[in-house]
Design a protein around this ligand. Structure first.
Ligand SMILES: Nc1ncnc2c1ncn2[C@@H]1O[C@H](COP(=O)(O)OP(=O)(O)OP(=O)(O)O)[C@@H](O)[C@H]1O
Length: 364
């Protein structure tokens, strides 16, 4: 099916105030211009939507935090909107007109992490045939977003600390420091305190990165958002694919409310998008929810932990079997287990499974 509707300004079509059904127009009011004066995170290219008062309070800190040049740490379970919030901080920052450079620190071995962050000069290591700028240099006078910071190898962390503290970096193989002026935003779905107690994350780096902290609550703790976002995604999908008005049947709403959403908003978006595309009527009467939590090892977070509870890693043999079954397709495994693809990449890294090598060896 071809996506036929696009927006003009990169904003959802609701923002332009069309009118396809009552639910849709009420959404248009929420996302539309007047509200964005009071809730600037709505007036973004990718708006952050919520009806939850606690989340609204957190989001109201965005313009305030964005005006400073202090590092910001965003925590929250997978799919809670950490990247969206990072983009919002950038948009509202004085550097908003400049670069937004992103680096996902998951699955980076030490040399790659060093080179990605700080760059290297020609001949710095065997494969360094030419020099390369690191993300810090590329983000100069802009924003650098380090996603999955909890996965950054311990050996790279002192160098990052130095860059944050002194505002200068040294590309690998060079002894000439380069001054960089970068607004740093880091995000993680891991419990950094627990990583610190295991000696896997440096306390001094944590203190530096978390000068300003934003913790995004999981979807199950924002029940008002479940149906609100579900309706939004349903309407958006229907519009994008020219399906006309659509609404969620009561039975479906009940199912959505009862689900624990370990993959948070990303999972909700996928479930609703799929359901709308498969519907045969104006009403969405069925949703396909993943009931394989036991298989995925999902568990309720312990109270007060405040930070992500990760799905338990399956044994290596099971993961390899899944890779075989799904022919190395990480998205398919992610759907099957109800965990995000990044988690699966983390498991592969943990077991030192090289995906490309696995595919070659298995003839995939
Ligand atoms: N409040 C929200 N309003 C609208 N869309 C949202 C909201 N929260 C998340 N999303 C959508 O959910 C998806 C996941 O969001 P995002 O990538 O920002 O999450 P994340 O916390 O960075 O996930 P991960 O930890 O897996 O990297 C995206 O498609 C995003 O647009």
């Amino acid at each position: 099916m071809k996506k036929i509707r696009t927006d003009r300004r990169g904003q959802p079509l609701e923002a332009s105030g069309g009118n396809e059904g009552g639910r849709r127009s009420s959404l248009a009011n929420v996302v539309g211009g007047a509200t964005s004066r009071y809730a600037p995170w709505l007036a973004l290219k990718r708006p952050i939507l919520t009806k939850d008062s606690r989340f609204q309070k957190i989001l109201s800190l965005i313009p305030l935090y964005a005006r400073t040049d202090l590092p910001i740490l965003i925590t929250g379970e997978p799919g809670t909107g950490k990247e969206l919030v990072a983009e919002a901080l950038w948009t509202h920052s004085p550097q908003g007109e400049s670069q937004f450079i992103k680096l996902n620190c998951a699955a980076l071995v030490e040399t790659v992490a060093n080179s990605e962050l700080f760059g290297h000069v020609r001949g710095a290591f065997t494969d360094a045939h030419r020099s390369k700028k690191g993300k810090f240099e590329l983000a100069h006078q802009g924003t650098l977003f380090l996603d999955e910071i909890g996965d950054l190898p311990l050996s790279v962390q002192p160098r990052l600390l130095r860059a944050v503290e002194l505002g200068e970096i040294e590309p690998i193989g060079s002894e000439v420091p380069i001054a960089v002026e970068v607004r740093l935003i880091a995000a993680t779905n891991q419990d950094l305190r627990s990583l610190m107690s295991q000696g896997l994350f440096r306390r001094d780096l944590y203190d530096r990165l978390s000068t300003l902290l934003l913790h995004l609550p999981p979807l199950r703790e924002r029940p008002a958002d479940i149906l609100f976002l579900a309706n939004y995604f349903a309407t958006q999908t229907a519009q994008d694919y020219g399906l006309g008005p659509v609404y969620l049947a009561n039975t479906v709403e009940k199912k959505l409310l009862a689900h624990p959403w370990p993959g948070n908003v990303r999972e909700l978006k996928n479930v609703v998008t799929r359901a709308v595309l498969l519907r045969e009527d104006i009403a969405v009467t069925e949703v396909e929810l993943d009931s394989e939590y036991e298989a995925a090892g999902w568990r309720e977070p312990t109270s007060g932990a405040g930070v992500a509870t990760l799905p338990t890693r399956p044994p290596r043999t099971e993961l390899v079997e899944l890779l075989r079954l799904e022919q190395g397709n990480i998205s398919a495994i992610s759907r099957k287990l109800g965990v995000c693809t990044k988690t699966i990449y983390r498991w592969l890294k943990h077991y030192k499974i090289e995906l490309e090598q696995f595919r070659q060896v298995s003839g995939l």
